[in-house]
Design a protein around this ligand. Structure first.
Ligand code: NAP
Length: 258
């Protein structure tokens, strides 16, 4: 029996990176999985890699689309036990003085309002059954500066607050909600960083600022999501869990020369 056997799950951003790895891990653990993304080709690839995943193309920042993916899960699986609101965009590295309100709105709409809409439309079904787990992807960028652009970092700090405040708004319902704060993970979003480093021959320097001294891979975030989705995390609620090799534990540190 898998750790998510019997769980009816939605994973967003499942056409790439962390979302794909999570959809695959959820299905490997016995969950029924609805994989949501704007990227149809990416979703097709996710479904090709693992049985037990159904795909749906939807934009997580649009309320009608969120209502539709929740409805699809109910129709397909007869209920909803887990939502992993993971889809996000980086917003690029735009200098502060060149940022526009429109750029801010786009990043906040996907990264922060998207997870809110997942909570708004998903939690009523969980409340009605008295149990459920909601997970949102925040970031170390939401905990400290220098891991992303301004709108991205603010959106991810917002996700941490959204999770804390929603855990309290859902108090006593049986619905848990937590965030994962990944460090640097090799995915579609971070591909340019990795490609630049490989071109320069400096790949071995990526991730050297954290005490684990390497970058992460998507399945390492997916494994944390499996835990939070499962009943093993029954007393974990309102928490923002860094999965970052220890990056967020440290002040800037230059190791002594040997
Ligand atoms: P990724 O490989 O780019 O995957 C994100 C997926 O979400 C892509 O398939 C993307 O489609 C999709 N997406 C974007 N906007 C969407 C929307 N409005 N509706 C539905 N799907 C949408 O990146 P990732 O690194 O796995 O990112 C997953 C989450 O982890 C994000 O929230 C990100 O902020 C967070 N995170 C990542 C890292 C890291 O180092 N990789 C670190 C901290 C946090 P397109 O490719 O077509 O845009």
């Amino acid at each position: 029996m898998g750790r998510l056997t019997g769980k009816r799950c939605i994973v967003t951003g499942a056409g790439s990176g962390i979302g794909r790895a999570s959809a695959i891990r959820f299905a490997e653990e016995g969950g029924q999985v609805l994989a949501v993304d704007v990227n149809e080709a990416g979703l097709t690839e996710t479904c090709a890699q693992q049985d037990g995943i159904t795909m749906m193309v939807a934009d997580v920042s649009e309320e009608t689309a969120v209502a539709a993916y929740v409805e699809k899960c109910l129709t397909l699986f007869g209920g909803l036990d887990v939502i992993y609101a993971n889809a996000g965009i980086s917003g690029g590295a735009v200098p502060m003085m060149e940022l526009t309100p429109e750029h801010w709105m786009k990043v906040l709409q996907v990264n922060l309002i998207g997870p809110f809409l997942a909570i708004k439309h998903g939690s009523p079904h969980m409340i009605a059954q008295g149990t459920g787990s909601i997970i949102c992807t925040a970031s170390v960028a939401g905990l400290r500066a220098n891991a992303g652009g301004l709108p991205y970092s603010a959106s991810k700090a917002g996700v941490v607050s959204l999770v804390q405040t929603s855990a309290n708004a859902l108090a006593g319902t049986g619905v848990r909600i937590n965030a994962i704060c990944p460090g640097l993970i090799e995915t579609g979003m971070t591909r340019p960083t990795f490609e630049r480093a490989r071109e320069r021959g400096t790949e071995d320097r990526i991730g050297q600022l954290n005490p684990t001294r390497r970058y992460g891979v998507p399945v390492e975030i997916a494994n944390a999501a499996v835990f939070l989705a499962s009943d093993e995390a029954s007393y974990v609620n309102g928490h923002a869990l860094p999965v970052d090799g220890g990056l967020s534990s440290t002040l800037p540190f230059v190791p002594p020369r040997k």
